[in-house]
Design a protein around this ligand. Sequence first.
Ligand code: GLN
Ligand code: ZN
Length: 758
Amino acid sequence: MTCTHILGFPRIGAHRELKFAQEAFWRGEADEAYLRGAAATLRARHWEAQRAAGLAFVAVGDFAYYDQMLGMSALLGALPRRFGFDSAKLTLTQYYELARGNAAQPAMEMTKWFDTNYHYLVPELASDTCFDGGVDWFFEEVDEALALGLPVKPVLIGPVTYLRLAKSHEAGFDSLALLPRLVERYVRIIDVLKARGVQWVQIDEPALCLELEEQWLQAFSTAYQALGVRGVNVLLATYFETAAEHAARITALPIHGVHIDLVRAPDQLNAWCEALPDTMVLSAGVIDGRNVWRADLRAIAQALRPVHAALGERLWIAASCSLLHVPVSLSAERKLDGEIKSWLAFATEKLDEIRTVGVALDEPLAAESLLAQADAARASRRTSSAVVNALVQKRTAAATDAMAARQRPFAQRNRLQREALQLPPLPTTTIGSFPQTPAIRHARAAYKRGEMKALDYLERMRAEIELAIRRQEALDIDVLVHGEAERNDMVEYFGEQLWGYAFTENGWVQSYGSRCVKPPIIYGDVYRPEPMTVETAKYAQSLTRRPVKGMLTGPVTMLQWSFVRDDQPRAETALQLALAIRDEVLDLEKAGIRIVQIDEPAFREGLPLRRSDWPEYLEWAARMFRMTAGGVADETQIHTHMCYSEFNDILPAIASMDADVITIETSRSAMELLDGFGAFAYPNEIGPGVYDIHSPRVPTMEAIERLLARACEVIPPERLWVNPDCGLKTRDWPETEAALSNMVRAAKRLREHVAALA
Ligand code: GLN
Ligand code: ZN
């Protein structure tokens, strides 16, 4: 019988039970026993789902109280030394201090897990880290599953990936120098599993899919020559990209199986089949672990049939990667349109899909009715009037490159805009949102529940807008914003007004720790039935003589933070989004709005894993932005905003977006920005964030002035804007007003300097 399994299951719970238990524990409202109990319940439930679906194994070790990488650090006994914790006696409270910081130490650094929206805690190592000690939680989970009589396949993050993602504060630190000691530790872990009678261990090495230098490739050989010979079968799991070019090297190692991602990289199948010795298993990741659509099970089974004929039981069936990146279950969706729901598969439903592929290979007839169901769902999706919109299709087909260009080059536009806007040098502005007070959130919730009438809600929002305008005038800010009181989320707000978008009630995906996001689902052609922000912008502008920025979310971010349909190329969907937002930009302009900001905070997130694929992505993403912005008159000023600081390596692409003004996050790493500008002269105007909005600290005028003075050394002052580094929705009004007042005073002081120099 064909072996079926998954690499991991979402740990957060269908109703975010883990989140709520964690947060209760943090607030001191629940004790450790409660949290551990809640965690055990979730684990048991998720294993039971895998067993009930008929999978050959259940994945154990994919659970984490906060993050799987932190879990690995705790298991390996590799905690950041600065906390002074005894790694063998780590408590759950200390574990959370590592993740969230304590009075004495900032939290461990967090960063994105490959190209997903999941964030892990970066291991913090030193050249004398020796990987002794460590907690037994992982083994306890293995025992827990064994005690339930389940077929256990423990899951670990592999030593090479662990080292590749680790950092050190030591200058000249060589992480590979730790490999021998780390491998020793993994050997001991595998020996413990062997003593438990475990037969297979899955060791995740997504790092194999990166572009690796020879010494890192060599590290795989070193590590697995040791790990493969301990008497437990090792399944080396790769995902998110192809690893085909390493097939010969990896299959020569004394391991027992390889998992490959055939959703992201279907072309690698042949290379692995050819290299595979007849002692080795190939785990085919055919069900998409990164998206929510029902699979074309018949096509998958068809494609695997020759492989199955050749490999027999050495072919395993799995999801492409851990199911961590999709919501838990469709059964929690009661409001979702039935037709759309029939096209979807979340983690729980994907278990059945995996199993069905297995059955289809073993006994095609037995799987026929399930395959027919899948066919029917896909057929209904292909022909549904909810998906296809002839108008949109016609427009995207007619879109030309010329639409993606402004009429005149920046220098000429800039002159026109200066005349039209009459701003002082070093103009001040903010990024868009003002504090989302409890009153605003309550009003929005009441309106959504139908407890507040539309007109009353409109009045409330207008009152908030007026308040924001008056406060900005009092602060003497030059370019105003309406404050985004009406927006809960910068993608959801637009998605709800566009056709082609669906929203779930419980489609939560863990982003980090207890934080989850609920990405909308783009299922059909994206169409803007009517203007989305024009009335709000018009109202805000009517209150003041100062320019108010129109505020939109860009196409790349709309795409990046959604589950995107897989029945047409991603670029096609992006173009539909770009055209819809372009119409909004033009409507704003028509309504008298002179500055439009199109936020692209996720621009960088879309970068492919392999650097050699970057140029193509960047060219495309910048073009999508220009398609959105390119229709306006040259007098209309286009702004964009991005909220990360490392963008020095993509500066040319950012310049090619040709926004008249870009505001970016820099306050936490001012020096880095300046370095970048040494090498590449950004041609248009720029507002490097002059203070960090993520911290409640109110910046002093002097600190802001110093930062601005430094920025003036690399950016010509006539191209410099003054603004915070992101939106202010998470802050409260008193600190916001204090910070902005210091910011405006700093700008005014510097203006005098600049004038004196001129
Ligand atoms: N305009 C948005 C805001 O100010 C931008 C948010 C973001 O950059 N993520 O909230
Ligand atoms: Zn931002």
